[in-house]
Design a protein around this ligand. Structure first.
Ligand SMILES: [Mg+2]
Length: 215
């Protein structure tokens, strides 16, 4: 059976929750107003994230992209891409952020990533406009629905937040840190904790070897 790896971006591939940082920096007023409503569940991600981003002038988008390029990636990411290549495992990045921001940071690795799924920013009007081809339910990017497109495969998920819960539920093996790890622990759902991509490579190395031996 084919193996496919699905990874969140902000706070997972990046060290920090970069998307929230950018929203606070470029849309401070809307973030103050809407983020608490997102956290309390009064507003969905599908409504709340565009409501914040669409207050940002389009002419500031290049600054956001430039800021994104300065963000640190989690240690071991390039080596992890080597590992996936050796094992012929495609990497699909599933992000509730914007393709333009994700790709700004991942541009050096573009050819090594199978697919990036996120929302899009349109900059042809005075204020940003957000578009998503994969919105579903309450989510701006319905991560689990994208995973289902891959049909019969061994699905591995990596994430850090409650926005990755649907992805975790869809996966056969989950690597989790931060809030996602705590939520999965509370629900008694099996997962592997990680802090760096070296942790994940090390675990997967053994996992795949065992699978090759025992099926
Ligand atoms: Mg995240």
């Amino acid at each position: 059976m084919k193996t496919v790896l699905f990874s969140d971006f902000d706070g997972t591939i990046t060290e920090q929750e970069t998307f929230s940082l950018l929203m606070k920096e470029f849309a401070p007023e809307a973030s103050r107003r809407i983020v608490p409503r997102l956290l309390s569940g009064e507003t969905t991600l599908r409504e709340g994230v565009p409501a914040i981003l669409e207050t940002i002038p389009s002419e500031r988008f290049p600054e956001m992209v430039a800021r994104m390029r300065t963000m640190d990636l989690r240690p071991g990411f390039p080596e992890f891409l080597d590992f996936l290549e050796q094992h012929a495992i495609p990497l699909v990045v599933l992000s509730g952020s914007l393709v333009e921001l994700v790709m700004a940071r991942l541009a050096p690795y573009r050819t090594r990533i199978s697919r990036v799924v996120a929302a899009h920013a349109e900059t042809d009007r005075p204020l940003l406009r957000i578009r998503s081809e994969t919105a579903g339910g309450d989510e701006l990017v319905h991560k689990a629905a994208v995973m289902r497109e891959y049909g019969e495969a061994l699905k591995i998920a990596i994430g850090d937040s409650v926005t990755d819960l649907t992805m975790a539920r869809e996966a056969d093996l989950v690597f989790a840190r931060s809030l996602l790890a705590r939520r999965l622990s509370n629900e008694n759902r099996p997962h592997v904790s990680f802090e760096t991509f070296f942790d994940i490579s090390n675990y997967l190395e053994l996992f795949l070897r065992n699978k090759a031996v025992h099926g």
